[in-house]
Design a protein around this ligand. Structure first.
Ligand code: BGC
Length: 922
């Protein structure tokens, strides 16, 4: 069990976080992520001086992201589409119709919309305003363009639904669109959405220009308007197929069941289904997106090297239009049907050109691994054993700017080829039928062996337990001792603590973050194991302390850029921001496949395609790692719906897992991803948090993963023999899931079964040692390791002041030996702050106890309330949505007699009762 440590370049001690550059990169990413789907008679870009009437109530409610943990970045401001349009109007670029603007402003005053408080309660959209014909008619006389904004949100614990205002347009939206269409010659629709929504209106009502703007983070509106005005020529491409109707998606009839989801469409997900079986049901194909210029693409060189298992092609891209722009070259392979059956096309490569001036050309070279289009033969149908194989026959390699690419070269394989032999793992146990390329269904092959047998055959050897020999973790990284010698020093008590993530809002790390791990007790810290800090993710830092952070565009927008280097560079800025806040591990990127448009968390994820998902996610990880932090690829795997997310069992064939649902993760692991989060739920009957096949057989053994694996927050664990449990840490460790996230205190009794399982022989100490090794090895080359001995500083430059808070004036409450502040009835709504001053005798410490109730509805709900003193977050009390009164205490000392304090309600959804200060001796 020797761990081979990777030699990484040493990280710097000093970084510069230039907020101007950060902002520029974010704007570039938002603009490049805008997908233009219609542009009749060059409606866009808007010319200088264009007269525009902005319709749709969403203009005053920009969605910077979806909801849940991935949407909780506290920002100083959000620049929505209307804000950015107003800026453009102020600088004379366009003229906005004031009458229509004041109609919507007045409507807001008269019909105020308040987002519901708490976790997973946000509405999918803002109810639309009813429009009078007369207003639209008058507007059409003074404005040339109607720009209609439609907004949608969804998120964690809250799937979209097939209802008006969610997937479907509401009656009032359709009515308003029809009116606008009736009077305006030019109608532009902009979709500020996290998911694909029903697009029938495009055909039924008709639009001249249509832009998927996604959710662009705090500066989203600026990026969208850059495209509307032609300051940036759009180059975004669809990461998902848009079908005419929701029923057209092959997963539709199995989506949403909270207990079980049968993946009967098998490998035919997204365009793999539509291009094979139903091209006519596609409204906009995968990879599609217009530009304001035209490009001509042709294959100029094609190379195949069957021995090396690779092919290469050069594609010449010529800008034949009259504006500068970028194009995305996409390469798809169509494999012979053979015995296994194949999707019509599979994305195997993409590259974005540089900005090409009219008339200029660029030759884009792409190298493609045979593995990228190989099929997984799970039953050795082809007689070569199980694994990734290519069947003999003609392979067509298409290059173009969408999945409908026409230009192709081809080659022939004379024999079947085994590309990578792999032993079966993680297959289904429940019988079900799956779709074949012929359109027929067959019984999916079932797992015949057990995970348990595999684990029993591969228990690592015990490392002799030596007790403390004085070795520090840095001695391992300096090559003075082996990792085994270091780990041998750990006692059973220490090994028992190692799999714990402490949180949320552990005092050991940055206030308001998700978890601390590693050296979370003094004896581990003494051995030089740093305390790592994890934090959501994925689109910026979630600081429940109420501190501001930069919020980035959502995952879908970032993948629509098809630009890996831009993603890497943007995330290197986020990495610097993490360093500044002493955050080491971002809980993102989200890498689940967009299996169905209604999955609430699609906004955090990238695409229906695993290649795009893997390459974009992997690039973000590389960006983070370039400055000594990292990201977590989550949720491993099949987190494809939120309904029933704690109990739903995806029943999925091994082939679909290998080719679709695991593959994006595999690409990211190959690119160096070193942290993985499993899901709340199961895959094929076993909870992922204890799933040996998923985490050990596939991730570690078959993919060669080096790093940490963590559970999702308070997830259930099981193995083949046990039911769901939040305390079966033994099953988790056996599976090599290293960290239970999270426990309230490192040394608190969490009633887990590690020690009892060691005692009864169902968990070996060697397995605990292996987990400790995974965690310790993870720290190599990270800034957190450096911080143990030296200071890692981040110097701010650019407009950093845009991200700061200001405090209001308050009066001071004298704090006696025991003082209770009555909090009943205070405003606890999302984003609000309850300020108060205190006059304190600071020769004492104080036990501060906050009592309140998380509103019932969802026991996994995380409802943070943050206690600030003098602009410094001191601690966070996270209530659970269980309707039970709870008290959280903290001991604090103060330096000042007068203190300005406030409670910050990150999400709302709580009712507070009181805050008690009790004096104690220092
Ligand atoms: C989410 C994770 C998130 C974690 C910590 C969970 O509810 O599923 O994606 O990283 O909470 O906030």
């Amino acid at each position: 069990m020797t761990i081979h440590l990777r030699v990484r370049e040493d990280i710097d001690l000093k970084y510069i976080l230039d907020y101007d550059r950060y902002k520029d990169l974010a704007l570039e990413a938002i603009s490049e992520g805008q997908v233009l789907l219609e542009n009749k008679e060059n409606t866009l870009p808007l010319n200088k001086g264009a007269k525009v009437a902005v319709f749709g109530r969403s203009q005053n409610h920009y969605y910077k992201s979806g909801t849940g943990s991935g949407g909780m970045v506290n920002v100083s401001r959000v620049v929505g589409i209307l804000d950015a349009l107003k800026e453009s109007a102020a600088s004379g670029d366009i003229v906005l119709n004031e009458q229509v603007l004041s109609f919507y402003e007045k409507y807001e005053e008269e019909n105020p919309f308040k987002e519901a408080d708490g976790w997973a309660n946000a509405q999918w959209s803002v109810p639309e305003a009813s429009l009078e014909d007369s207003l639209v008619k008058a507007a059409s006389m003074s404005s040339d363009y109607a720009l209609f904004i439609i907004g949608r949100s969804a998120g964690e614990d809250q799937d979209n639904s097939l209802e008006e205002g969610s997937y479907l347009l509401s009656y009032l939206e359709l009515d308003a669109l029809k009116k606008v269409r009736a009077y305006f010659k030019r109608v532009i629709v902009v979709l500020n959405v996290g998911n694909i929504i029903d697009m029938k209106f495009v055909k039924d009502i008709g639009v001249d220009a249509l832009l998927y703007a996604w959710q662009g983070g705090m500066l989203g509106g600026l990026g969208t308007v850059n495209v509307l005005l032609g300051k940036v020529n759009p180059s975004g491409k669809l990461p998902d197929t848009i079908a005419y109707s929701i029923e057209d998606y092959p997963s539709d009839k199995n989506f949403g069941n909270p207990n079980e989801s049968i993946y009967e469409e098998d490998i035919f997900v997204g365009y793999r289904y539509f291009e094979t079986f139903a091209p006519s049901k596609v409204l906009y194909p995968f990879g599609y997106g217009l530009s304001y210029t035209d490009f001509d693409l042709s294959i100029t060189d094609f190379r195949v090297d069957p021995l090396a298992g690779s092919l290469g092609l050069d594609v010449r891209v010529k800008n034949t239009g009259s504006l500068s722009g970028k194009e995305v070259v996409q390469v798809y392979v169509s494999a012979p049907q053979g015995l296994l059956g194949k999707p019509a096309r599979v994305l195997c490569g993409f590259k974005k050109t540089s900005l090409l001036a009219p008339g200029s050309c660029e030759v884009v070279s792409l190298d493609i691994d045979f593995r990228d289009f190989a099929s997984f033969d799970e039953t050795s149908k082809c007689g070569l054993g199980t694994g990734f194989i290519l069947e003999k026959g003609e392979y067509r390699v298409y290059a173009g700017n969408s999945v409908r690419a026409m230009e192709y070269a081809s080659f022939e394989l004379m024999e079947d080829m085994m590309i990578e032999p792999l032993k079966n793992a993680l297959g289904p146990v429940k019988p079900f039928k799956r779709l074949l390329a012929s359109g027929e269904y067959e019984d999916a092959p079932l797992r015949t062996d057990t995970q348990k047998a595999r684990r029993n055959a591969a228990i690592p050897a015990l490392i002799p337990m030596t007790g403390d020999l004085g070795y520090k973790l840095s001695d391992v990284f300096d090559g003075k001792v082996t990792m085994e010698e270091f780990i041998g020093q750990l006692s059973l008590e220490e090994l028992n603590v190692m799999p714990r993530g402490e949180g949320m809002s552990s005092k050991l790390v940055t206030p308001g973050t998700a978890a601390a791990f590693g050296g979370i007790i003094p004896s581990l810290k003494d051995k030089g194991i740093p305390i790592g800090c994890m934090d959501d993710g994925p689109s910026g830092m979630r600081l429940d302390s109420g501190m501001h952070a930069f919020s980035l565009p959502n995952g879908t927008c970032l993948s629509s850029t098809f630009n890996t280097s831009l993603n890497a560079e943007l995330f290197s800025m986020l990495g610097r921001e993490m360093l500044k806040n002493k955050v080491d591990v971002l809980l993102g990127p989200g890498m689940n496949i967009h299996r169905h448009p209604l999955n609430g968390r699609n906004f955090e994820y990238f695409s229906e395609d695993p290649f795009l998902t893997g390459k974009i996610g992997g690039s973000q990880i590389l960006g983070l790692q370039s400055v000594g932090v990292t990201g977590t690829i989550k949720h491993f795997a099949c987190n494809n719906q939120e309904n029933g997310r704690q109990v739903c069992d995806p029943v999925v064939s091994e082939r679909a897992l290998r080719e679709i649902y695991l593959k994006g993760f595999e690409y990211a692991v190959n690119m160096g991803a070193d942290a993985v989060m499993t899901t709340y739920a199961l895959v094929n009957g076993v909870y992922t948090a204890g799933n040996y096949d998923l985490v050990t057989t596939i991730l570690h053994d078959q993919w060669g993963f080096k790093g940490i694996v963590m559970t999702d927050w308070w997830a259930n664990i099981s193995d083949e023999d046990t039911g769901a449990s939040k305390t079966n840490f033994a099953a988790m460790v056996r599976a090599q899931n290293d960290l239970y996230c999270c426990v309230p205190g490192a040394t608190e009794d969490v009633s887990d079964n590690i020690l009892s399982s060691v005692e009864d022989g169902t968990l070996s100490i060697a397995e605990l040692q292996r987990t400790a090794m995974n965690v310790c090895a993870f720290f190599e080359g990270k800034a957190v390791m450096k911080r143990l001995t030296e200071k890692v500083t981040v110097e701010l430059s650019g407009a950093s002041e845009e991200y700061e808070d200001t405090l209001p004036e308050v009066s001071y409450i004298p704090i006696e030996s025991e003082t209770v502040i009555d909090l009943r009835g205070i405003d606890c709504s999302k984003g609000s702050k309850y300020y108060f001053g205190t006059e304190i005798d600071y020769s004492y410490d104080y036990e501060i106890t906050l009592t309140g109730t998380g509103l019932p509805g969802n026991e996994l709900a995380q409802l943070p309330v943050v206690f600030y003193s003098n602009a410094t977050p001191l601690f966070t009390c996270t209530f659970r949505g269980n309707g039970k009164e709870a008290s959280v205490s903290n001991i604090q000392g103060f330096y000042n007699r007068l203190n300005i304090m406030y409670l910050y309600f990150t999400l709302g959804g709580v009712e507070l009762k009181e805050l008690r200060f009790k004096r104690i001796e220092k």
